[in-house]
Design a protein around this ligand. Structure first.
Ligand code: GLN
Length: 312
């Protein structure tokens, strides 16, 4: 059912304010020092429709780092650079039920291959499959890809968040060494982590996410330019992962409450897609215990219910 934009424009301000209150129940991520000062009760949303309707409301002026949302796009780039066969030699296609930075299954399951590309272990391997001679070249290609999809050449890295994550990432470093030992990661640990931390530190706005989401909602085809920017099959792959693993070990609950492909990050961002209809970007830095924006998830659940967005 097509969304009634007149009604959406009228109701959205109130829905945002009602969800903002829920932010109190969450906490801003502090394990990356550069994220610790994010505004806890901020909430903003951008919705871009395929027919050209756009709305941006709430605290959308704040820039935030992509964090795990970048995993959607590094997977796309790795698929385009290295091909599907190589990618799935290195990562699986299944949810884990564990925390996003869990080490558990790398030791429990033979051959110690990450279950999917959206947990940290999987995304670290995926970073190694992006083409480029050096980490700087790979990172620059990733940034260019994001700029192209978001149609915004001013997008850059947040250097403070980047260096604070790099300097404190004991857990991700352990995951990477484990992956080398398991024969899964074949590149240098520090070089691979540099690419991974840089992709996580790309700073965007809600509107940037909505624009990128719109392209995914339209199966990689840009209606403005008539260009198939990303092969349709690769978009289908990432949308499937967004449904099954996009909200980490709360993906099942999110599928029931919201019912659309989405990917969250610990900065409080959420990229969501109403397939065939719209791209959505949300920011709300206070997180629940699964690492997802509390107010952001609440707002998406309200919207999905109100406007019948669930795919199921
Ligand atoms: N950079 C973060 C990390 O590796 C990304 C995790 C996330 O957003 N859930 O821990």
């Amino acid at each position: 059912m097509a969304t009634n934009w007149q009604q959406l424009r009228a109701e959205l301000p109130q829905l945002v304010e009602q969800s903002r209150v829920i932010a109190e129940e969450g906490e801003v991520a502090t394990y990356i020092p550069g994220l610790a000062n994010s505004p806890k009760d901020a909430l903003g949303i951008s919705i871009f429709d395929i027919k050209g309707e756009r709305i941006t409301i709430g605290d959308c002026g704040i820039g935030f780092t992509m964090q795990s949302i970048s995993k959607v796009f590094s997977l796309l780039l790795a698929l385009m650079d290295s091909g599907e066969e190589r990618v799935f030699e290195k990562v699986g296609m299944e949810p884990t039920g564990d925390d996003f930075n869990s080490m558990l299954k790398l030791e429990l399951v033979d051959p110690g291959k990450p279950f999917n590309p959206f947990i940290n272990a999987g995304a670290i391997v995926i970073a190694s499959l992006i083409a480029g001679e050096t980490p700087a070249v790979k990172s620059a290609r990733m940034l260019d890809f994001i700029r192209k999809l978001a149609k915004d050449n001013s997008i850059g890295w947040n250097e403070d968040v980047y260096s604070s994550e790099r300097d404190t990432a004991n857990r991700n470093r352990s995951l990477a060494y484990f992956l080398v030992d398991n024969g899964i990661l074949e590149e240098d640990v520090e070089e691979t982590l540099e690419v991974y931390f840089r992709q996580c530190a790309i700073q965007v706005s809600c509107a940037n996410l909505a624009q990128m989401g719109l392209l995914l909602a339209n199966n990689g085809f840009d209606t403005e330019t008539g260009e198939q920017v990303i092969p349709r099959h690769f978009v289908q792959i990432v949308k499937s992962f967004m449904v099954t693993c996009g909200m980490y070990n709360a993906s099942g609950e999110f599928a029931i409450q919201v019912g659309i492909p989405a990917k969250s990050g610990v900065s409080g961002g959420i990229l969501a897609i109403v397939p065939g209809q719209m791209g959505i970007g949300v920011v709300g830095p206070a997180l629940n215990n699964k690492g997802n924006s509390v107010a952001g998830v609440h707002l998406l659940a309200r919207l999905s219910e109100q406007y019948d967005w669930s795919m199921f």
